[in-house]
Write a protein of this length. Structure first.
Length: 99
């Protein structure tokens, strides 16, 4: 399993699937009738469909690795999302920033 602690700003990764936690959150939100249920999981699915190779944009203070993705939302408008890379098998390293 890839380790996000080895990622650096500028690295390219491919998003492979929605993390289990985000899928479970969507299921719970749908079941409870929450407003905008499944927004994160739905956004990640659109990232995978539209632009699965993303660049690491920042490493947060406590080591969380983030990427930004610009996608077309369900209404046809451009959306920019900042999403986290988890320590799981939902992504793969494509290329390090230094080559």
């Amino acid at each position: 399993m890839p380790d996000p602690r080895h990622l650096r700003v500028g690295d390219l990764v491919r998003i492979l699937r929605v993390p289990d936690g985000d899928r479970m959150q969507r299921d719970n939100e749908i079941a409870s009738g929450a407003d905008m249920a499944g927004w994160t999981a739905d956004s990640i699915e659109r990232v995978i469909a539209q632009t699965p190779v993303v660049q690491i944009s920042r490493i947060a203070e406590y080591g969380c690795v983030w990427y930004d993705a610009t996608i077309i939302g369900p209404g046809g408008a451009e959306e920019v999302h900042s999403l986290i890379i988890y320590n799981d098998d939902t992504w793969e390293l494509i290329r390090n920033a230094d080559g």
